[in-house]
Design a protein around this ligand. Sequence first.
Ligand SMILES: [Zn+2]
Length: 287
Amino acid sequence: MSLKRIIKIFFLSLLGLFLLLVIAAGLFIYKAKYGFNFYESTPPELPTDLGSKAVLLFSKTNGFRHGGAIKASLPAFEKMAKDNGWSLYATDNGAVFNPEQLQKFKVVIWNNTSGKALNEEQRENFKNYLEQGGGFVGIHAAGDNSHQWDWYEQKVLGTLFSHHILYPPIQKAPMYLEDGNATLTMGLPTTWVHEEEWYMFYDNPRDKGFKVLYTVDETHMNPSGKIKFLAPDKDWGMGQDHPIAWYHPLGKGRVFYSALGHQGNSFKEPEHLRMLANAIRWTGNFD
Ligand SMILES: [Zn+2]
């Protein structure tokens, strides 16, 4: 083989490898932003002894999957349910969002759920469930911008996710507890220093009349999520009033959302588990 030919093959291979990398990066970004949508049509078989304090833990990810966090959260929620006398049913099956099965649960947790996780019919069922008195607890990615559901963004979250911190992607910052509902604030520290992939939202959910449980102190972090060419306009934070966990009634139901929970470690953090337990207690009317 001539040297010229070897050089030619070398550069063609290099070009091929580069193209593959570009395609892989493109698919990753597309999945994080829009998700690859997959829907289930066969509902799971539920245990018959769910009891009156049943919690549905839904961890489906049609978008980015927080694998470590979801894995660590399952035993943590199992233990929490056991300690409190609740029953917990964990699934990634979106077909559980049917009226018959939903009504068996007092609370539905979207555990880092991402992408368009439910089809139109399942969405409608979930909306009815909440408006008719169901409870909802949203964790971290449940509040990102991958869900593509106006009603959910407007009425459940009350704001739209813009970006998360990047420099570095995990930072430590203090959070401050606000006076409010006694079930939700019970046993929680007034100042809590936590390590997180902090989220930025376009609007302040407080402006919608939602109650804030914790704000995070932005002076202790670099809020930028700017990426050259891809996201040049994300070099900002929410400023002095940066809610990170909030709650509100929705119809006859109750909603709690917290942007915490990127890392598996956070499901070993007593304050975090306490906050989630309070959230389940309040949204499920268990107190
Ligand atoms: Zn995250």
